[in-house]
Design a protein around this ligand. Structure first.
Ligand SMILES: [Zn+2]
Length: 463
């Protein structure tokens, strides 16, 4: 164990020196002390002021009141008054693709810019929520793990388990339950550690995929429509994406194994406190089905930010802005209704003991960008009634628990990997300060957020 720790410590120092990472590294060294910081630790506990965090060999060695914690001789000390430290985010619905606009449902792989955007925007661990170029996703993860490319620690979900009827030609259609099994076996063998069921899968295919994944100790999530939430919970699904607003089971037009057209009137009429929704919540909690909140992707016109426009290529910027300008009033109303209903459901789900996580899902009309949308989720969760400490727990420790890596990351605790974000400001009094990230530590190496962002200027929309 000790040998392994030493090896890790050394290898991290080597990584920090690789030509690929060196331009982005702002703080590296065996022992680092962050002093005078406000700490929100990711467990949901209240923030603590004037703390010292000592990082040693890539791990958190000590956390405590300034003045009570001994700073080791030779430590590199960063005096960070008026800064807040939170755990690196654990993004649970990330993608390495982004829309190509113009009403064409084709998504372009962003293997270059998105890993940098995630890391620059606080995300130190990312589970993809389905891949469209799965071999690229796997190779990006390998490059990051080997220190050849900056990015978060990646957990790769295979391609979509989808039946006939998909809105994009980028998803392979399953033929039957046997095919679903073969799909899981193939991609598990190639390094996928998670599976994503999609909107037109049948119950038989879903059951077959779950059985096959669970036999390998791997998990299955879903953005479902043809299968209702309670049906999926009974079949053993581990996680549901987006939440109640995509649950078709309350729709009177729902037929077995078929996805009915989304009905906004029906969503508007749905009573979260009513018996039917409460029964669904109970069954999800009983079956230990986690839910991933993706509020940002439902927000079609968030406040327009310069950093967002800077990241987009000139063509993508033009496409995005012209699409956004043409959105009908009804789309704005639908967007607001979805977010309101969903966050109400999420509060009830958490109150009932459910495990809620969060992720960016950089799709939709292009408003949700890798990383930026992870931060926006925290703001929307707080606007929807969660405390900041709860919202941060949802975006950090809860995802780490689901992934089974909570002994390593997801909160600020002694012995864990130093995956931390240094924020210039106080998000507990001004939640938007979450966007003022300065340094993101991954395994104790501090990356310069501004340099990472600079490196992808004008790249989104291209690669
Ligand atoms: Zn998605």
């Amino acid at each position: 164990m000790r040998l392994l720790a030493v090896w890790f410590g050394l290898s991290l120092c080597i990584f920090a020196q690789t030509p690929a990472l060196q331009p982005f590294v702002r703080v590296s060294g065996k022992t680092i002390a962050l002093t005078h910081v406000r700490v929100i630790d990711g467990t949901g506990a209240a923030e603590r002021g004037n703390q010292t965090i000592v990082i040693d060999g890539g791990r958190i060695q000590t956390v405590g009141n300034f003045g009570e914690v001994a700073i080791p001789a030779g430590a590199q000390v960063l005096d960070l008054g008026n800064h807040t430290v939170i755990p690196g985010l654990v993004g649970m619905h990330e993608h390495l693709f982004y829309p190509t606009f113009g009403g064409v449902p084709i998504y372009a792989e962003h293997a270059f810019s998105f890993p940098r955007l995630y890391l620059a925007s606080d995300v130190t661990t990312a589970r993809t929520g389905g891949g469209l170029e799965i071999h690229t996703d796997l190779m990006v993860k390998k490059a990051i793990d080997e220190g050849r490319s900056p990015g978060p620690k990646m957990h790769i979900t295979a391609g979509y388990l989808e039946g006939p009827g998909s809105f994009t030609p980028q998803m392979l259609e399953l033929r039957d339950a046997e095919d679903a099994k073969a799909f899981v076996e193939y991609w598990a063998g190639r390094g996928a550690t998670s599976f994503k069921a999609y909107m037109h899968i049948t119950r038989a295919e879903l059951e077959s995929a779950i059985t096959s994944a669970h036999a390998r100790n791997l998990k299955v999530t879903g953005h479902l429509c043809s299968v209702g939430f309670r049906e999926a919970a009974a079949l053993g699904i581990d996680n549901l994406e987006h939440g109640l607003i995509v649950d078709s089971e309350f729709d009177p037009a729902k037929r077995p194994d078929q996805c009915p057209p989304a009905s906004i009137a029906q969503l508007a009429a749905l009573n979260i406190a009513g018996a039917a929704v409460q029964q669904t919540i109970r069954e999800l909690v009983q079956h230990h089905v986690a839910v991933t909140s993706t509020l940002a992707v439902f927000e079609v016109a968030p406040p327009l930010q310069q950093r967002f426009l800077d990241a987009l290529s000139p063509q993508a910027s033009l496409n995005y802005l012209s699409g956004r300008d043409r959105l009908p009033e009804s789309t704005h109303r639908t967007s607001a209704l979805r977010i309101k209903k969903e966050v109400e459901f999420e509060r009830a789900f958490v109150k009932a003991g459910g495990l809620l996580m969060a992720g960016a899902d950089p799709t939709g009309n292009g408003s949700a960008l890798a990383g930026f949308a992870d931060q926006r989720n925290i703001e929307l969760l707080v606007a929807g009634g969660f405390t900041l400490a709860e919202a941060i727990r949802i975006a950090t420790l809860n995802g780490a628990k689901f992934l089974g890596v909570d002994d390593q990351t997801g909160s600020i605790a002694v012995g864990k990997r130093a995956d931390l974000v240094v924020i210039d400001g106080d998000p507990s009094s001004r939640v938007e300060d979450i966007e003022r990230m300065r340094i993101v530590f991954k395994d104790g190496v501090g990356y310069d957020c501004a340099k990472l962002l600079d490196s992808v200027r004008g790249k989104v929309g291209m690669h």
